[in-house]
Write a protein that binds this ligand. Sequence first.
Ligand SMILES: [Zn+2]
Length: 275
Amino acid sequence: MTLAAVVVVSLIAALAVPVFTELPQRRDAPTAVPTPKATPTPSSPSPEPKPTPTMPSDAKVLLKKNPIYRLKVPAKCRYQSIPASEAAFRKQVRSLVDCQNSAWKKALSATPVKFTKPKVKFYTNSTKTPCGKLGTTFPASYCSGDTTIYYSRAAYLQGRYYRLSVAHFVMHEYAHHVQSIAGILGSTWAMKESAAVTSRRVELQAHCIAHYELTVAGVGYSARDHQSIQYQWDYTNDPKGHSSTKAERYWGERGLDATNLGSCNTWTAKAARVK
Ligand SMILES: [Zn+2]
């Protein structure tokens, strides 16, 4: 590898990480890796060795045909209620992360993606991270530098807006962790497009995966929850980094209707779809 290539990757990663990972504040008061075909060899009496799937080595292919896209990720999380206290909120977040850990570990075992758990940290108003200082502009963030999900007190306060608020916070940040371990966050430089467009592909993919997960994670997703969620799509405080309400609605609905993660492939979408 050339020195130039190393510099470019680390520079972009450093710029991209803090921007990439945050969940916008809410308002209101309330294709798989092609598995090589085993060629049958009739003369051989021993069974064919199973081919070991590998990650695509080309960054663009990794983004557009990531092995996670063929996955279904059902989970058995708890039925959700609005947390009564900050302590209850923290407990609820940890329980949901644990349940997502089990679900993703199982699903990813069918792919070459190596599963690791994210860490979870809580803070009140601000905290220092390898991705820079976090405040409360964004209630929750994921930093790939230390593979940690951060929740501020604002996440707790906003986690009381509707029944699936806390689950939504967890699923969104967890989706960023999946993007990290699946090599997506480390490959975004390959798009060679405006940073804002790439940032929105990252965010809308996490947004879509989070909504898919809400429907399959056992949290009791219902038509009424659908209404609350739709209401949230009408607000954004970060159209440049996180997208317009129109794109949030488009990718949110795709997530809710998805049967696997392929519906959340924002990397093959036209730039106008992630505006
Ligand atoms: Zn995000």
